[in-house]
Design a protein around this ligand. Structure first.
Ligand SMILES: *Cc1c(COP(=O)(O)O)cnc(C)c1O
Length: 377
């Protein structure tokens, strides 16, 4: 049988290694990890590799992903990163801990927690400058006062998220502020905050450079575990694998052609008027992969080839005059955006490679339980 194309090859052992190295690194200063699974569509085998590597929680922004992992038999504490009022009942039924910033939503959570006879745990997210989610520090005290009045909600921690919307860097200033807030809340309300979640894969530089982490005892890591890099500068973290995911697609045309389109130029398939520079006759290769599958700017050809452009279903490469044969496989590394889109595309097959015996065994169990098609090579 021919290998499926396009496909994403996933090296579980590399993800497990990354999770283990990061758990050990951050663990040295008492920081536990949540493995963030949203970029991999809550793929149970990957979540399991993260857990084997030492993450204490699995966190995702989508309930559907968390449900998928739960159904597949993944056993851990599940954290919902993005909580919507309309999903309150499902949150109560499917999630152990949710991150929250709105009182109406927490009231709704409490309402359903009561109905289902549960105590729901929440982490309150604080706004520390990035201007995505967060309660303003000045409003936090009142907010907590009202939340503590809700019968079926337990505040187990506070957290913040930086370097996502506003590109604000985690540093001693904002991390120090989060620590201070934790202290003052505990003092004011006589409660214990177990989790102080300082951020995401952008917190690496801060962690490496800081003398003391203060109260920060948790981070939520997606990209660092999956792609082995931090996200402030996009640098690889020493000792981690950076290409646990490889996208492989098929060359369907390979011809020497002019590099300048001929005829009158109008708008392309996406409404842009393209411009080109003339490099003479070049070998151009068309790959059976397109914008419907993947974020093209997130693709890194593994050879010295250049992506010239793309449409819904085609990527055009300049192969540096390398004579690539029709039907051959072309490999790409992926950045976060490329990974997110590729894992979400229904057209891209997922294949696990380099699986250990235990990967094979657990994938078989899952396959039996769920009828999910896991392929271990
Ligand atoms: C996506 C997300 C993360 C993980 O971010 P990475 O950069 O992949 O580590 C952490 N926290 C929240 C709230 C998120 O939405």
């Amino acid at each position: 049988m021919k290998a499926l194309l396009p496909r994403i090859e996933i090296a579980l052992s590399q993800i497990r290694h990354n999770a283990r190295m990061l758990s050990e690194l951050y663990g040295q200063k008492g920081i536990s990890l949540m493995g963030v699974s949203k970029a991999i569509l809550g793929e149970p085998a990957i979540a399991e590799a993260m857990i084997q590597g030492g993450v204490k929680f699995i966190a995702d922004s989508r309930l559907e992903n968390l449900q998928k992992m739960k159904k597949a038999g993944i056993s851990t504490q599940f954290v919902l990163l993005r909580t919507a009022l309309s999903q309150a009942e499902s949150v109560i039924l499917n999630v152990d801990i949710s991150l929250n910033t709105e009182l109406e939503t927490i009231e709704e959570l409490s309402y359903y927690a009561k109905i289902h006879n549960k105590i729901h745990e929440i982490i309150l997210m604080v706004e520390l400058g990035d201007l995505r989610e967060g309660i303003l520090p000045g409003d936090l005290s009142q907010f907590i006062k009202k939340t503590l009045a809700l019968s079926h909600i337990k505040i187990i921690g506070i957290g913040c998220n930086l370097a996502c919307y506003g590109g604000i860097k985690p540093d001693n200033q904002n991390m120090g502020e989060l620590s201070k807030l934790a202290d003052s809340i505990e003092k004011e309300f006589q409660i214990k905050l177990e989790i102080i979640s300082g951020g995401n894969s952008a917190n690496y530089e801060w962690y490496e450079s800081t003398q003391k982490v203060g109260r920060i005892n948790n981070l939520r890591l997606g990209e660092s575990i999956l792609l082995g890099c931090e996200t402030v500068k996009g640098k690889a973290i020493p000792g981690l694998y950076t290409s646990a995911f490889k996208l492989i697609a098929e060359a369907i045309e390979s011809k020497e052609k002019p590099s300048l389109p001929f005829g009158e130029i109008c708008r392309d398939a996406f409404g842009n008027v393209p411009t080109f520079c003339d490099r003479g006759i070049r070998r151009r290769v068309i790959i059976a992969l397109g914008r419907q599958d993947v974020l093209i700017s997130g693709l890194r050809p593994s050879k010295d080839w250049e992506i010239l452009g793309s449409s819904s279903d085609h990527v055009v490469l300049d192969s540096n005059n390398y004579d690539l044969k029709v039907g051959s496989e072309v490999k790409f590394n992926l950045d976060y955006g490329g990974l997110l889109a590729a894992m979400t595309s229904p057209f891209i097959q997922k294949q696990f490679i380099g699986c250990s015996e235990s990967d094979r065994a657990s994938s078989l169990t899952r396959r039996r339980r769920e009828g999910i098609s896991y392929v271990c090579k």
